[in-house]
Design a protein around this ligand. Structure first.
Ligand code: AMP
Ligand code: GLY
Length: 423
């Protein structure tokens, strides 16, 4: 099978690395790609924001299957266009991608299908939203409806914070994403991310992970795209996984199909495990980055037939097997991230890949033969081990051999799990 992979992050490097191990793969192409992905794939010089250009490349190269990594091309309808052209594609239609693109849309699906989530109301102007917040009291959560690069959510511990957040959304802080606001009950518990594949009718549970969104040690400082992750998440016991499938994922798949937007691709559920059980915080319609990197390290099964079944049907009969080992990834970012940072700083040396660790590239490029850092999040140093603590030690041992002066990382990825293991 000839596959085209869309994306250029650490998530896509991990997917490329895993797809390249498939005996069913005849050729792997990727766009835009990065130097890590280029170790496994032919880089296609196409503009991935141009759906027509992607389609014409697929026709020219006789691509059998397109795997879309990030959400932007999904929201822009790339999967719809390829599907209409008869090319198999991994990833949802633009209509189904609203599960990530509109928090109000997702909450309405939850309410119609009895999916546990915080009680909520949708608003298109400030005064009624403020009246509702005053009525409900703090803590309470204010969310811009649309995609706001992870910045549109305020978990308000006081009434004033909530009122300010409403003003800030409606005064355009998040552009069009804030034209509608969702106000939602505060959920108390432990967070976990859970991933499953869907083919429009059936869902196959993959695995759980936990990420670290804050830039600083001890979960302090501004939010980022994610500074590290590990899998599995200890809070996602077998029972909790079964409940999540039955109470959250399966009704969502049924609801989306009945509403006329069957969901195909990967469903990434952000969960709060409360005293009542799993409740949905949000959906993403793509693999997490860096969560994907730890999932791919643990996946024993061939990835390609699983993604292909998600695109074309047959997941009901598919199984995925996982290593018992834990996996952990540490993100190395350019100093200054998530604020401004210097680009094109040289990465002088990466450790050789011996047993147990793997370095996935995110924002890197080759300039005159020198590996340089071009992005905020740059390298994902990933390792496995019999415990999260062992995977952590192996990841940091590899990371300490990276020679890159302008890089930094958190030193405490996995701390909650390690605390549990040593308690
Ligand atoms: P989201 O972008 O929806 O994932 O929200 C970002 C973060 O805000 C989540 O990872 C949670 O930590 C927090 N959050 C979102 N919704 C709630 C909620 N209803 N209760 C408590 N925390 C929440
Ligand atoms: N790491 C969080 C995300 O991919 O959304």
């Amino acid at each position: 099978m000839k596959v085209l992979l869309i994306g250029s992050g650490g998530r896509e490097h991990a997917l490329a690395w895993k797809l390249a191990q498939s005996p069913l793969l005849t050729a792997l192409h990727a766009a835009p790609g990065n130097p890590g992905i280029a170790e496994h794939a032919t880089i296609a010089a196409i503009d991935t924001a141009d759906n027509e250009a992607v389609l014409s490349y697929c026709r020219q190269q006789a691509v059998d299957f397109v795997v879309i990594g990030p959400e932007a091309p999904l929201v822009a309808g790339l999967a719809d266009m390829l599907d209409d052209a008869g090319i198999a594609v991994f990833g949802p239609s633009a209509a189904a991608a609203r599960l990530e693109g509109s928090k109000g849309f997702t909450k309405d699906i939850c309410s119609r299908y009895g999916i546990p989530t915080g009680a909520y109301r949708r608003f298109t102007s400030a005064e009624p939203a403020k009246a509702y917040v005053r009525d409900q009291g703090a803590p309470i959560v204010v969310k811009a409806d649309g995609l706001a690069a992870g910045k549109g959510v305020t978990v308000a511990m006081t009434l004033d914070e909530a009122l300010d957040a409403i003003d800030s959304c409606f005064s355009g802080a998040f552009g069009d994403a804030g034209a509608e606001v969702v106000v939602e009950a505060y959920l108390d518990g432990e967070e976990a991310s859970f991933f499953c594949l869907c083919d429009g009718e059936a869902a196959l549970a993959l695995a759980s992970a936990q990420d670290h969104k804050r830039v600083g040690d001890g979960d302090t400082g501004p939010n980022t795209g994610g500074m590290g992750a590990y899998s599995p998440a200890p809070v996602m016991t077998k029972d909790m996984v079964e409940r999540t499938m039955r109470e959250i994922i399966e009704p969502t798949i049924r609801g989306m199909a009945e509403s006329g937007y069957p969901f195909k691709g990967v469903l990434f559920a952000g969960l709060m495990i409360t005293a009542k059980g799993p409740e949905l915080i949000e959906y993403n319609v793509r693999f997490g980055d860096p969560e994907c990197q730890v999932l791919m390290m643990r996946l024993e099964s061939d990835l390609l037939p699983l993604l292909y079944a998600s695109a074309t049907g047959g997941l009901a009969n598919a199984t995925a097997t996982w290593r018992d080992d834990a996996a952990l990834t540490v993100v190395m970012a350019s100093k200054g991230y998530p604020g401004p940072y210097t680009k094109n700083t040289p990465i002088l040396s990466l450790p050789g890949e011996d047993a147990g660790h793997k370095i996935f590239h995110a924002g890197t490029a080759l300039k005159d033969g020198q590996l340089v850092a071009t992005g905020g999040r740059v390298l994902n140093v990933t390792a496995t081990g019999p415990t999260v603590g062992a995977a952590k030690d192996a990841a940091y041992a590899a990371l300490d051999r990276v020679e890159w002066d302008n890089g930094f990382c958190r030193r405490d990825i996995g701390w909650q799990a390690v605390q549990r293991e040593t308690a």
